[in-house]
Design a protein around this ligand. Sequence first.
Ligand code: PGA
Length: 260
Amino acid sequence: MKKTLIVGNWKMHLNTQQASLLVRRLGERVPQHRDIETVLAPSMLTLQPISLEVDRRKFRLAAQNANAQDLGSLTGEVSFAMLSGLVHYGIIGHSERRKYFAETNKDVRAKVAAAVRNEITPIICVGETRVERTNHETKQVVREQVVTALRDLTGPEAAEVVIAYEPVWAIGAGRPASAAAITEVVAYIRLIIEGQFGKNVADAVRILYGGSVEPDFVANILSIDGVDGFLVGGASLNYQQFADIVTKAHQLAAAKEQHA
Ligand code: PGA
């Protein structure tokens, strides 16, 4: 059985001291679970100090972004090559990067290739805007995002990636997308990957849901067929809420295993 994957994206929050405090609090409240993989994505600045403090049996680290080049005259940038060994995962193509930093599907594709080449597992964010949903373009948009992002990968490489379905309109909205909407798009993402790489790869890929995930919604969303975990924004900055999300996911996984 796949472990449930829960990723906390801290975005541009928390200085070094605050990040360190949050990690300590989480360490006290989040036990090591056999069936859960918990990942923290602090800012680029705090990744290094956090890596020295964090209990690696409980938490893995993710970068929120990095440059697709391994090195070069690119003032202000940090590469996946530099992050190699420091992080397990790299979040790529988050909607905020697409919106505020004009990242295209082509950029995402190059970053996915860079992450894989540097032994970092990509967490590729896809999802439609409200306008795209209203215009019935969700499938078309998500298809283009997924197909382009995975284009440079081999089957075995693609099998390792994580896709986060994050409908843009549900991010920071206080309410996640409906179970019906999530079910439909997650199934569609697997279908796309099956078309590209075959069924074994499609089944192996982990697909997360992201957008206003809070403890109260965990059971509902994780019960959806094909949802393997969460990408959490706002609630990951609150140690109680994030620990609750992990606990609820663990309870659900344990109950599922009992019934299996
Ligand atoms: P949210 O953010 O949980 O605050 O909605 C999710 C995300 O942007 O990844």
